[in-house]
Design a protein around this ligand. Structure first.
Ligand code: BGC
Length: 252
């Protein structure tokens, strides 16, 4: 039998905050109230590890595996890219560093992959077969490719080159803010972006996450696409829930 102590724990490491909670995998919700710390600056792996130790100390009853999201490519626990985080992450064996620092069984996963797993298991794409592409629109564009419930990790579709640009530099929510685009202007760029995904992958469903997805009714109806596109439903829980799910499922 699984005791409370074995409940997996999710940590969402983002640019401004580090959030964590134990997760009830039956419901896909937090098993205890979430705790949030400010992301240290600079957010080097070592300084982030110190925050994780503090965060986990707030849950003395939790002893299960820990999943951690990182906004970069993660292969076998090693971080291989750092588009929007401190460059010192590149080459870091984050699984080993965090396991050593916390004394817990830690598994690191790309942030969008975690969100994708959570949306497919519990959220906007629950019960959907075929190919689901989950995108997160934030500082960058994150992406998760999930086929029949199975994740193909590190898709990195935010960095497709479109019209000579790194796609996220034109279509991420940060580009909308930086260039003060109207929703109609941004929707044109998103249409160009998602049409490229349609052409390359022929997905059955596209899910749009990231903080701005709570305003989906202001821009999703303006997109001109053939594929069904829906807002994420787990919102800011997706990272924590997906990380915990990944840690619990991880056999690597
Ligand atoms: C990174 C991805 C990440 C995404 C969202 C991109 O710039 O390359 O790994 O998932 O931003 O944070």
């Amino acid at each position: 039998m699984t005791s409370n102590r074995d409940v997996p724990f999710g940590i969402d490491f983002g640019g401004t905050g580090i959030k964590g909670a134990p997760v009830d995998l039956a419901s896909g919700d937090f098993a205890a109230e979430r705790v949030r710390f400010k992301t240290p600056s600079p957010s080097t792996p070592e300084r982030v590890a110190e925050v994780f130790v503090e965060l986990l100390a707030a849950f003395p009853d939790s002893a299960g595996p820990v999943g951690v999201t990182v906004p970069g490519v993660v292969r076998h626990g090693v971080v291989h890219s750092a588009a929007n985080i401190d460059k010192s992450w590149i080459g870091t064996d984050a699984d080993a560093l965090f396991t050593e620092a916390t004394g817990r069984d830690v598994h690191v996963v790309n942030d969008a992959d975690a969100a994708g797993l959570a949306e497919v298991r519990y959220g906007a794409a629950a019960g959907r077969g075929g190919l689901v592409i989950v995108t997160t629109l934030g500082t960058g564009i994150g992406s998760a490719l999930v086929h029949e419930g199975v994740l193909v990790p590190n898709a990195e579709l935010g960095h497709l080159e479109i019209d000579g640009y790194d796609a996220e530099s034109r279509a991420a929510n940060s580009a909308r803010e930086a260039e003060d685009l109207s929703m109609a202007e941004w929707a044109q760029r998103l249409t160009r972006y998602y049409r490229t995904l349609e052409r390359l992958f022929s997905p059955d469903l596209i899910v749009v996450g990231g903080g701005i997805s709570k305003r989906a009714d202001e821009f999703l109806p303006l997109l001109d696409l053939d594929t069904e596109i829906v807002p994420a439903t787990l919102r800011n829980k997706a990272g924590v829930v997906g990380a915990a799910l990944y840690a619990a499922d991880d056999r690597g």
